[in-house]
Design a binder for this molecule. Structure first.
Ligand code: FDA
Length: 452
């Protein structure tokens, strides 16, 4: 067992913990980052699978994410645009396929009007409620105690409009069924991206990727810290008093003045806090849970869909794969599609054998792109639900009523214990941008405290 002493110890070498660590070093503090896995990056992971470079976790960057964009610039990392030339594909409830360009799916004129009206209503609510403190809004409790599903039902009789608007938050973002999240949580998700219109616009929200993969960010941040990042060190216990902390991992102990717990909130209870956390935290943490999504990668000898004039962008709330995109790597002659299977649909597929699951998923892709989609050279499913140090994807959100009840305390430190991760962010909530923002803010608070 190694014993070391630092000013601040950080639990978790995801992008949030590594950002905080780098900021603290810039502020003249000493740090140690303890990471449970044998790699850095957490939910960012670039891997080679059967010769194909795949982004198993997060990958896209949108133009409003200036904390992430600034970090990419500082680290000298290059970006490239997602392929989007040509027609997108939509499949309706009857299985009919239509191609379209722009953001609004090719639905009847009446449904289109309803979708546009709903987007307008949501944009207004987002502007009114804002992202800084949605729990403070006079309508917070009302909107937090109605499900996203019920809210949509109260807004319109048009089932297809409801299904499509619901998709952008439930399956596509929070990766939970629309009956399991509140309207306030949906509004917060949209507000974190600037507006609901932004979520609908895949050219905005899924704009760019990083050459070499988004895990390049945590890898570069860890390199800057040199020997102060310790892998294979799951933190088991945090002993804390008024002005010091001892963090016990499997192979080492770090004594420090502050600790940043930079892991997703569903994992807090895996750490033995001594003394135990206060009632408020014990309760709040039980109301936060991760969604579930299978990210599917299919690599073909060439991007064959482009030959048919398709962009690769595909949507349907009625398909196993509810959204899919051209995910061809920068400068690659092979063509890659990425698709997503969310929440209860994912549960159903995990009941099947591996072969049957693959068949169902590829069949769904073939509905969008034709028979050629059935025979990829490389096929892989990112399954974060089985990852011990994550346990779901993409990130954590509250159950019904949780955001208005606990939101204000999400990041309240407990004495010398501070919290940091994308799941606690305002702008960039559930995204790498938010992880960086919270990491910076947490580091600034601690640096000020230690300098006082
Ligand atoms: P993260 O979870 O990354 O880091 C926490 C770290 O703590 C992990 O390394 C973990 O191993 C470690 N840890 C946990 N418990 C520990 C313990 N007890 N002791 C020590 N270490 C411990 N975002 C985006 O911006 N664009 C996108 O396209 C996507 N897409 C996407 C797809 C998929 C499939 C996923 C899973 C996620 C995304 N995201 C995304 C979300 C994005 O990846 C995510 O928000 C951030 O990477 C989270 O970074 P954090 O540092 O907050 O947590």
């Amino acid at each position: 067992m190694t014993d070391i002493t630092r000013d601040v110890v950080i639990v978790g070498a995801g992008v949030s913990g590594l950002t905080a660590a780098n900021e603290l070093v810039k502020a003249g503090k000493t740090v140690a980052v303890l990471e449970a896995r044998d790699r850095v990056g957490g939910r960012l992971w670039t891997r080679e699978i059967d010769g194909a470079m795949l982004e198993i976790g997060g990958q896209w960057v949108s133009p409003d994410q200036d904390a992430l964009i600034g970090t990419l610039e500082d680290l000298g990392l290059e970006t490239y645009s997602r392929y989007r030339e040509g027609d997108s594909v939509y499949i309706d409830a009857d299985g009919a396929l239509t191609t379209f360009t722009g953001e609004i799916f090719p639905v009847s004129a009446e449904t289109q009007r309803e979708m546009e009206r709903l987007i307008g209503v949501l944009d207004e609510l987002v502007a009114e409620i804002g992202i800084a403190a949605p729990w403070d809004h006079p309508r917070a409790k009302e909107l937090d105690t109605i499900t996203w599903k019920a809210w949509l039902e109260a807004q319109t009789e048009d089932q297809e409009a409801r299904d499509n608007i619901g998709l952008f938050i439930a399956e596509a973002m929070l990766t939970k069924p629309s009956h399991a999240i509140s309207a306030l949580q949906a509004i917060q998700m949209a507000a974190s991206a600037g507006s609901f219109t932004h979520l609908v616009d895949s050219d905005f929200i899924l704009d760019k990727r990083v050459v070499g993969g988004l895990q390049s960010v945590p890898i570069a941040l860890a390199e800057k810290l040199g020997g102060d990042v310790f892998l294979n060190q799951p933190v088991r216990r945090i002993e804390h008093d008024d002005d010091s902390v001892t963090v016990v991992a499997d192979g080492m102990t770090v004594s420090a003045k502050r600790v940043i717990v930079a892991v997703p909130p569903n994992l807090y209870s895996r750490i033995d806090f001594q003394p135990a956390l206060p009632r408020r935290q014990h309760q709040m943490h039980q109301h936060l849970s991760l969604g579930l999504v299978i990210k599917v990668h299919a690599v073909y000898d060439r991007p064959f869909w482009r030959e048919a004039g398709l962009s690769g962008t595909a949507f349907s709330p009625y398909e196993t794969v509810h959204e899919a995109y051209d995910n061809t790597n920068h400068g690659d002659s092979k063509g890659t599609l990425v698709g997503f299977v969310s929440d209860e649909t994912a549960d159903g597929l995990f009941e099947l054998s591996e072969e049957e699951r693959k068949h169902r998923i590829l069949t769904s892709l073939s509905h969008y792109y034709g028979e050629q989609a059935l025979t990829p050279e490389v096929y892989y499913e990112s399954d974060w639900g089985t990852e011990e140090w994550t346990r779901g994807a993409y990130a954590a959100s509250f159950d019904l009523g949780g955001l208005s009840r606990y939101g204000a305390d999400l990041r309240t430190p407990v004495g010398v214990i501070h919290w940091s991760c994308s799941d606690l962010a305002a702008e960039g909530f559930q995204h790498v941008d938010g992880a960086i923002r919270v990491g910076r803010e947490t580091a600034a608070v601690i640096a000020d405290e230690l300098n006082a």
